[in-house]
Design a protein around this ligand. Structure first.
Ligand SMILES: *[C@@H]1O[C@H](CO)[C@@H](O)[C@H](O)[C@H]1NC(C)=O
Length: 368
């Protein structure tokens, strides 16, 4: 009798688990990060749709892949906390109106041609406009200073919910103003600045460049300073960047993550998507402003499912149609994560591939 009961309950238990687990996972995700933006009970019927449950469960399980970066995590943690490495960088300098901090990495002392000031690279990390911190990128910034023979700055910025997209752009603009005022102290060239950003960071690099070029009052920075920074930006290098918020929102809808994603909140709602899209801004620029847009280098992995390569392809097409300078690099087998993690240590698989593209662009932009 007990055996029979067991035989019946096993398939039932397996079935319950197969259905129950995805429902639990995706309801937990929506409970933590946000329910569908619908009125009344519709919110829950939307949340319980099988397609949404399936997609969300997949998205949550995909994040388990990050466990493979465990070793790298301990590598950067121990490098950052080891005081011996202080000879390579200046740690935790406060800048700007919100008291965010930045780390500044020195260029290599050997193998440099000439003693003149080196160019400056400002690296803006990604993290869906809602996460990230500068310590994570210490190994990357160190290698980048080495590979490019440049001073590298990696600033924090006010991610959501601390700030919205405008606050993030203000912070990055503040960082650039700080850099120009501190160039002499750290011996880099204040008129030779390249921005490098990954994912949301690439979006913020493009948006900050365009806001400065447009002399936006909402930056609350004197026009003369904005002009100074604009002419110092020699170019922007975007790694797997988002350049059109509406397109990216549609991609999020396809993955059924649009409500759990913080993007729409960080952008102050769907109605502001065009306003914060570099693609849209470019289309509104007058010919004299277009003439001041610096060259862009867009690098994107073709196996990226978080931000598809079409994002860079479309942005590049727009540049070309406006007769602006742009280069596009599409890298096979590279995805949204390894395009940045593989820049951290020379033994990683795509280290030379991705630095190869960055270096080629960087040399063009800085004339080095
Ligand atoms: C990205 O590609 C690497 C192979 O280089 C793979 O190990 C990894 O699982 C892929 N996805 C993520 C999210 O890291």
């Amino acid at each position: 009798m007990a055996g029979l009961k067991y035989h019946i309950s096993l398939p039932v238990a397996a079935g319950a688990l197969l259905v129950g687990l995805p429902y639990s996972i995706s309801l937990a995700a929506q409970w933590m990060y946000g329910w569908p933006n619908k009125a009344g009970y519709k919110k829950y019927t939307e949340a319980l749709k099988p397609r949404r449950i399936y997609c969300l469960t997949r998205a949550v399980l995909e994040t388990l892949k990050y466990l493979q970066y465990g070793k790298l995590y301990f590598q950067w943690r121990s490098w950052y906390n080891n005081d011996k490495n202080r000879e390579h960088y200046e740690k935790g300098i406060a800048f700007g109106r919100r008291g965010n901090k930045l780390d500044l990495y020195f260029p290599p002392t050997v193998g440099r041609c000439g003693d003149g000031p080196v160019p400056l690279v400002v690296f803006i990390y990604g993290g869906a406009w809602s996460s990230g911190e500068r310590s994570t990128y210490c190994l990357l910034a160190r290698q980048m200073a080495e590979e490019l023979s440049a001073t590298v700055i990696c600033p924090d910025y006010s991610t959501y919910p601390k700030g919205n997209v405008l606050a993030m752009v203000q912070d990055i603009a503040d960082c650039l103003v700080w850099a120009r005022e501190s160039a002499q102290m750290f011996n880099f060239d204040k008129d030779n600045i390249v921005l490098v950003g990954h994912s949301a960071g690439a979006h913020l690099c493009a948006l900050t460049t365009f806001f400065l070029l447009d002399l936006r009052e909402e930056l609350f920075i004197e026009a003369a300073k904005q002009q100074g920074v604009t002419s110092a930006i020699r170019g922007v290098i975007g790694l797997s960047g988002v350049y059109n918020i509406m397109d990216h929102y549609e991609h999020e809808q396809m993955r059924a993550v649009e409500y759990v994603s913080t993007m729409h909140k960080a952008m102050n709602g769907v109605e502001n998507f065009p306003y914060y899209s570099p693609t849209h801004l470019l289309k509104t620029f007058s010919p004299d402003k277009l003439a001041r847009v610096p060259p862009f280098g867009l690098i994107h992995g073709t196996t990226d499912i978080i931000v598809p390569a079409e994002s860079s392809m479309r942005f590049s097409k727009l540049f070309t149609s406006l007769s602006l300078k742009v280069s596009l690099y599409l890298l096979p087998k590279v995805n949204h994560t390894n395009i940045v993690t593989d820049l951290m240590t020379p033994d990683r698989h795509f280290y030379h591939t991705v630095y190869g593209c960055i270096k080629q662009e960087y040399r063009k932009l800085t004339g080095t």
